[in-house]
Design a protein around this ligand. Structure first.
Ligand SMILES: [Zn+2]
Length: 366
């Protein structure tokens, strides 16, 4: 395991509070699985050697479709525009890649009760994968959880614990996780460090799949929705690994789209472990914290941070629906960000762009 900030190596463990060295210094950062060597990668069968917790799909997760959208490429005036549709995962979001890795890790360390602080995609995903694995699952959420989410989570047999506020969820998970009673999937550290490192490792598969899918026409730019940046970091790390093995000449730039200024404030000079107030109807991208992994991923991949307005993102959701893709509002932010990146000429007309659409539109609940 290696700290993503001070680069120190640590024995294999979960590091829920991040690197002990960086935590002591007051600037927390996550720790990630580190690989001595990576095998060749010529097809999906080779992926196992690239992952901390590999295995055949449990519920059909991964290998999501990559969809070419020439009409939207024309409209945004780029050479090529494709969508990696993570809404095709079994519970309808990219979180299934994390949940699959997490249940494998939990079994490996003998954990029997998984915990997730979530009011949405992460909760329903972990509840599904835990039930399949015969593990207990507890979801710590708030009273505003959507009825559809709640029903799915209860049907999967997970226990629901109500917290008085979003931040209070982390206190509840923290107390039980530090006593070893719950095995946490999501961040509970303050300042935040990000999701369970083995779950985040599972997100590297998106970069590896894209490499195998589009080797003949690799993207120049990828845009991802961002909150605490598990996806952003996993994707950037996957591409770093591909580059370090000589499998790609130049990794794509990976841009982050956030619903209100958080990472952009940090890049403008604020401390990343501050508090960043903001509200947005893009519920999957909420939160008032920034993690070091966001900063690390953007600096490695030379990507930009874009903060589209909610109105622009709702228009982008409609644009995607008009080409047949009903996506969660929080995913449509990638297209509204592309419009801005084009207007600012950060992405030019020769670009080959991939938007990571993280979740299905049926997930937006009243
Ligand atoms: Zn460190």
């Amino acid at each position: 395991m290696r700290c993503i900030k001070c680069r120190r190596l640590w024995p294999t463990s979960d590091y829920f509070l991040g690197c002990p060295n960086c935590a002591r210094a007051g600037a927390p950062a996550s720790v990630a699985p580190d690989f001595d060597r990576l095998p060749s990668l010529s097809g999906p069968a080779d992926l196992s050697g690239w992952l901390a917790y590999p295995g055949a799909p449990i519920l059909g997760e991964g290998n999501t479709p990559l969809i070419d959208l020439p009409p939207l490429a024309e409209k945004t005036n780029v050479k090529r525009l494709r969508i990696k549709n993570e809404g095709s995962n079994p519970t309808g979001s990219h979180k299934d890649r994390m949940s699959a890795a997490l249940v494998r890790r939990a079994r490996d360390v003998g954990a029997s009760k998984l915990a997730v602080a979530s009011s949405g995609n992460a909760g329903v995903s972990l509840a599904a994968f835990a039930s399949n694995a015969g593990l207990e699952c507890v979801l710590v959420t708030t009273a505003d959880i959507g009825q559809g989410w709640r029903r799915a989570i209860e049907l999967h047999g997970a226990e629901i614990v109500m917290a008085p506020s979003s931040m209070a969820r982390w206190d509840i998970v923290s107390a039980r996780a530090m006593r070893g009673e719950w095995y946490p999937a999501t961040n509970f550290a303050m300042p935040a460090v990000g999701g369970n490192p083995f779950a985040v490792d599972g997100l590297r598969t998106i970069a590896l799949e894209l490499h195998l899918d589009v080797n003949e026409d690799p993207p120049t730019d990828i845009i991802v929705p961002v909150s605490r940046a598990d996806l952003l970091w996993g994707l950037a790390k996957g591409y770093d690994d591909l580059a370090s093995q000589g499998l790609i000449k130049k990794p794509p730039r990976i841009h982050a789209a956030e619903p209100f200024p958080r990472i952009s404030r940090v890049l403008a000079g604020e401390s990343y472990f501050g508090h960043f107030d903001g509200r947005s109807p893009l519920s999957s991208l909420g939160g008032t914290t920034v993690t070091y992994q966001a900063i690390d991923a953007l600096s490695r991949s030379t990507g930009r941070v874009i903060t589209p307005s909610t109105d622009d993102t709702l228009r982008a959701q409609s644009e995607l629906a008009r080409v047949g893709l009903f996506v969660e509002k929080s995913s449509a932010i990638t297209l509204s960000a592309l419009h801005i990146l084009r207007r600012q000429s950060i992405i030019d007309e020769n670009a080959s762009v991939i938007l990571i659409v993280t979740s299905h539109g049926y997930k937006d609940q009243p």
